[in-house]
Write a protein that binds this ligand. Structure first.
Ligand code: GDP
Length: 197
């Protein structure tokens, strides 16, 4: 897919105020510093579209970007799903959960994982929660330029083994490096294929 236009539409904390209409939405989520903003900027080809960690005004909200006038790329805040239950949830968790559970336009959620790290409890718990709620998701392993190819293969294998302890099937897995501009076509084509079906 070619990106002809990518424009910021709205930033909000209330799922009910997200854009009306029924364009499909592809949301990106991950722990802080996973490389989400860099990835969004790489995908859209617009450097400042999503704020990266080093800049002030880091995303704390639901950000909608309209792509090619056809679909929304949604930037969600980093999550902390360690505590469950309504009391334990802080405001940001509530915003994310409401969006994920209530937004009918949400077509696929990309969960970003730093390819350098071992499987983290918080990410695994989050995926389990997605599974329990029937939310379609895929994984994107980020920053693949930071490790060797063999290390990457080892880490992927370890992750898959861990996932298969609780999942019968693995979710789709994509790889990216915003630094080296890798994974861009794969992710955009993946979205295009879902949009076509
Ligand atoms: P966010 O908090 O998830 O939005 O993460 P950012 O996109 O702000 O990235 C966090 C840090 O990781 C920044 O210093 C980025 O420059 C760096 N980073 C992000 N993606 C990559 C990547 O693909 N390769 C490398 N080497 N560094 C990256």
């Amino acid at each position: 897919m070619e990106i002809k236009s990518a424009e910021f539409v709205i930033s909000n904390t209330d799922v009910k105020k997200c854009p009306a209409g029924n364009l499909p939405e592809y949301a990106f989520i991950g722990r802080s510093n996973v490389g989400k903003s860099s990835l969004i900027n790489m995908l859209t080809g617009k450097k400042g579209l999503a704020m990266t960690s080093q800049k002030p005004g880091k995303t704390m909200l639901i950000n909608h970007f309209l792509i090619n006038g056809q679909w929304y790329l949604v930037d969600l805040p980093g999550y902390g799903f360690a505590q469950r239950g309504k009391e334990g949830r802080d405001n940001i968790q509530r915003i994310i959960e409401d969006y994920i559970l209530e937004r009918e336009q949400l077509t696929n959620l990309f969960v970003l994982i730093d390819s350098r790290h071992e499987p983290q409890k918080i990410d695994l718990e989050f995926m389990e929660w997605l599974g329990e709620n029937g939310i379609p998701f895929s994984l994107i392993f980020t920053k693949i330029d930071k490790i060797s190819k063999s290390r990457l293969q080892e880490n992927l294998k370890a992750y898959q083994t861990k996932l298969l302890e609780s999942w019968e099937e693995l979710p789709p897995i994509l790889l990216s490096s915003s630094e080296k501009k890798e994974g861009r076509d794969e992710i955009l084509n993946y979205i295009e294929e879902i949009n076509k079906s």
